[in-house]
Design a protein around this ligand. Sequence first.
Ligand code: ATP
Ligand code: MG
Length: 152
Amino acid sequence: MAHGASAVANTVHLEFPSLPENVGFARAAVALFASRLDFTLDELEEIKVAVSEAVSNVVVHAYPEGPGPVRVEATVTPQGELVVRVADQGRGIEDVARACEASFTTRPGEHLGLGLTFINEYADRLEVNSAPGQGTVVTFTKRPQMAAVHRE
Ligand SMILES: Nc1ncnc2c1ncn2[C@@H]1O[C@H](COP(=O)(O)OP(=O)(O)OP(=O)(O)O)[C@@H](O)[C@H]1O
Ligand SMILES: [Mg+2]
């Protein structure tokens, strides 16, 4: 069994309003939770960036009327993978495939449209579930690469 993994999934939840000052909290909390797995410092850095980008997207895009709820769920699976889910109940995304394209943004001039691209780059798997008016759920999975080497 991989270091830090156990027979059952271990899940923690964070819930907070979509205020910019909470991005750093989510980023640090998930990185601390993830550090029980055999991630390298570079991989932990990538996890931090991915969490920041997903939570920042809720802060910037989800709730045009003012802050709304963000729920972050982090799981260490029995297989020793990290699964992070960032969910909001905001405006949702009209065209998810387009939103995932590099440089696509609905806030040109202010944003570069690279957040989802970074998450996709740094995670082993990225899933974006969203529909207009239905909120958005971004889920990404990451495995420590060292663990993969050890298994061989
Ligand atoms: N949680 C969300 N709720 C609503 N729309 C979202 C959400 N996350 C992403 N989007 C939409 O997807 C687009 C692409 O997101 P992405 O993070 O790649 O770029 P960005 O946030 O516009 O720019 P950057 O991340 O570089 O600052 C956004 O412009 C926005 O329209
Ligand atoms: Mg973004």
